[in-house]
Design a protein. Structure first.
Length: 200
C-alpha cells in the first residue's frame, strides 16, 4: 500500500488508511479518552504523564494492525492485566468512543474493519479481566472484509500477546477468538491460534 504524505491536520472525512490518518485517529480518540470522566482517571493513573510516548506506541500498534507496518512490539495483554479498577463500563465506553472516531474519519468499510479489530481486542481483554464475554456486539457481520489489510484475528491476538509469530499465522476470519488462557500456551502451540476452527 502506498502511504499518504498529507499531514493529519489536512485529512478530512473518509481519509484513506495511512500512517497519517492512523495518527489522527489515535490522537483524536485518546484526546477524548483523557476527557472522559470514566476512562480518563484510569489512563492518567496508569501513564503518570507519559502520554507522548504512549501515543506513539499506540500509533505503532494501530499502524501494525491496519497497515502491516510491523512497527509495534510489546505485550498488550500483560500490560492491561496489570491495571486496577477496570470495570465492564470502561470497556463499553472505550468501544463506543472508538466507533465514533473511526466512523467520523474513515469510509464505512475501513471504519468497520477497525471496529471489528478493536472489538476483538476488547473482547479478549474483557475475558482476561472478568472470565466471560462482554455485552457489546461487534458491528455488522463481525467479520473483517475480504481484501482488508488489517491483521486477521489469529494474527491480532498474537500481536496483543506480544508474539512475533503473528506474522506467519494462518488467517481464518470466521473463527471465534480463543480465551486469553490460550494465549499463555507453550510456544509450540502458538501458531495454532489462528487455525483452531479448522481443527475443532
Amino acid at each position: 500500500m502506498n502511504l499518504q504524505t498529507t499531514s493529519p491536520e489536512g485529512l478530512g472525512a473518509h481519509a484513506p488508511p495511512s500512517v497519517e490518518s492512523i495518527t489522527q485517529l489515535v490522537h483524536g480518540f485518546y484526546g477524548d479518552v483523557r476527557q472522559d470522566p470514566l476512562l480518563g482517571p484510569v489512563f492518567e493513573k496508569a501513564l503518570h504523564g507519559q502520554w507522548d510516548a504512549h501515543l506513539q506506541r499506540l500509533v505503532d500498534f494501530w499502524s501494525t494492525v491496519a497497515l502491516g507496518t510491523r512497527s509495534f512490539k510489546g505485550d498488550v495483554f500483560g500490560k492491561h492485566m496489570a491495571l486496577e479498577g477496570v470495570t465492564p463500563a470502561h470497556f463499553a465506553a472505550w468501544v463506543g468512543l472508538w466507533q465514533q472516531h473511526t466512523s467520523r474519519l474513515f469510509a464505512p468499510e475501513v471504519a468497520h474493519d477497525l471496529q471489528v479489530a478493536a472489538h476483538g481486542i476488547a473482547r479478549n481483554l474483557f475475558r482476561g479481566f472478568f472470565g466471560s464475554d462482554p455485552a457489546f456486539v461487534t458491528p455488522r457481520s463481525g467479520h473483517i472484509e475480504s481484501g482488508s489489510s488489517l491483521l486477521c484475528q489469529g494474527q491480532l491476538l498474537l500481536l496483543v500477546a506480544g508474539r512475533e509469530e503473528q506474522r506467519q499465522t494462518h488467517c481464518d476470519q470466521r473463527h471465534r477468538p480463543p480465551h486469553p488462557q490460550q494465549l499463555a500456551q507453550a510456544d509450540a502451540d502458538q501458531p495454532q491460534i489462528g487455525q483452531q476452527k479448522k481443527h475443532a
